[in-house]
Ligand binder design. Structure first.
Ligand code: GYE
Length: 350
């Protein structure tokens, strides 16, 4: 009897010991780290969102490659991304490439190395993304393209593109011009300040505008040059246009507000009245451009919304929950004329 009791106590002690060390818990009760790993693996395989694995047990990590800081639009975009990440409780790794695609590649590679959950890229130029996105895909990290679009053979290399319809912005600018100048005498000489060479907003806004006025033979393109979306370069290039073509220039189409603001300075210094002697159309809708609209120094601003942060963070969370995103998420935008400016200027958030 005594011996049996002895064995019983011995056995009980072993069971207690093993339970405390976790050995008897087996696969159904993994350690914390294993649990997180398992959670993410099951999300990877999940077809449908699964209630048990979401929200995850740790903050999501987003690597964001911003293309630069060339304009007020870009500043607003960066702020929006940072604020929205904080609000959503997403850990943000932020890299500014200062207009270099090579630096964007480096940033993306560093995100892959750090095994972030999602990568988002605002691509400086339209082409050349195939190889780097293959690297991300091979690492199993989903990529969101935001703001500018890319030209790529295999669209499975990114999950979604969140941003404006840049071609449509050019169309809107062209339509405004046709309406504004419908009673004017030919020829109507115009100049164009393009954005960064090879960037999708410059390519697409330019095409949209051109295609809209094609067939209207009263329009004569006097000059078109890239001014990198900056105010400084906008002023410098406009100065050159004025020296070359003087008062033949009756219209300026600037691919963004910053370049238009620079051009306004050049036009005033040349002794002409912006918005009167030269009709000015630009894109973005920054507060500074609105102030010029109110003064009648810009005639039309086509809106392009930089506040994409909340959309990007939502996409990150949807991906983490295993949901499929639409391939294209387009932000909605308006057109503002001088007449509307006074009422709207107070509402501008950027
Ligand atoms: O219009 C311009 C900026 O990519 C849509 O980039 C964006 C453009 C924006 O620098 O101001």
């Amino acid at each position: 009897m005594k011996r049996r009791l002895g064995w019983y106590i011995f056995g009980l002690a072993i069971v207690i010991l093993l339970t405390a060390s976790g050995c008897l818990a087996g696969d159904n009760n993994p350690s914390n780290e294993q649990a997180i790993e398992a959670e993410w693996q099951s999300q990877d395989n999940a077809e449908e969102p699964s209630a048990e694995v979401y929200p995850p047990a740790r903050p999501l990590v987003l690597g964001f490659s911003q293309l630069g800081s060339e304009s007020d639009w870009r500043e607003a975009n960066t702020t929006s991304i940072k604020e929205a990440a904080e609000e959503a409780g997403i850990e943000l790794l932020f890299e500014n490439a200062e207009q270099s695609q090579e630096k964007q590649f480096e940033a993306i590679r560093s995100f892959i190395e750090k095994r972030v959950d999602v990568i988002a890229v605002a691509p400086v130029v339209h082409s050349g993304w195939d190889e780097i996105l293959k690297e991300a895909k091979q690492a199993g990290i989903p990529v969101i393209i935001t703001d500018r679009s890319i030209d790529i053979d295999d669209p499975s290399l990114y999950v979604t593109h969140i941003g404006a319809d840049l071609y449509e912005e050019g169309v809107k600018a062209g339509k405004y011009l046709l309406d504004k100048m419908r009673d004017q005498q030919a020829p109507i000489g115009f100049v164009e300040l393009r954005g960064t060479e090879g960037s999708s907003p410059s390519i697409q806004r330019g095409k949209g505008f051109q295609n809209t006025i094609t067939g209207h033979d009263e329009y004569k393109l006097l000059d078109s040059e890239a001014a990198d979306f900056t105010m400084e370069k906008g002023k410098q290039v406009m100065k050159g246009f004025l020296q070359e073509h003087g008062s033949e220039i009756r219209v300026l189409f600037a691919h963004n507000d910053d370049m238009a603001l620079g051009a306004i300075e050049a036009i005033e210094e040349y002794g002409l009245r912006p918005g009167k002697d030269i009709v000015i159309i630009s894109v973005d809708g920054t507060r500074k451009a609105f102030e010029k609209l109110v003064l009648g120094q810009i005639n039309c601003v086509v809106e392009c919304n930089p506040l994409l942060g909340p959309n990007v963070m939502q996409a990150v969370q949807e991906l983490a929950a295993g949901r499929t995103l639409p391939k294209r998420i387009v932000s909605s935008e308006s057109v503002f004329t001088e007449q509307m400016a006074e009422k709207e200027v107070g509402n501008r958030k950027y």
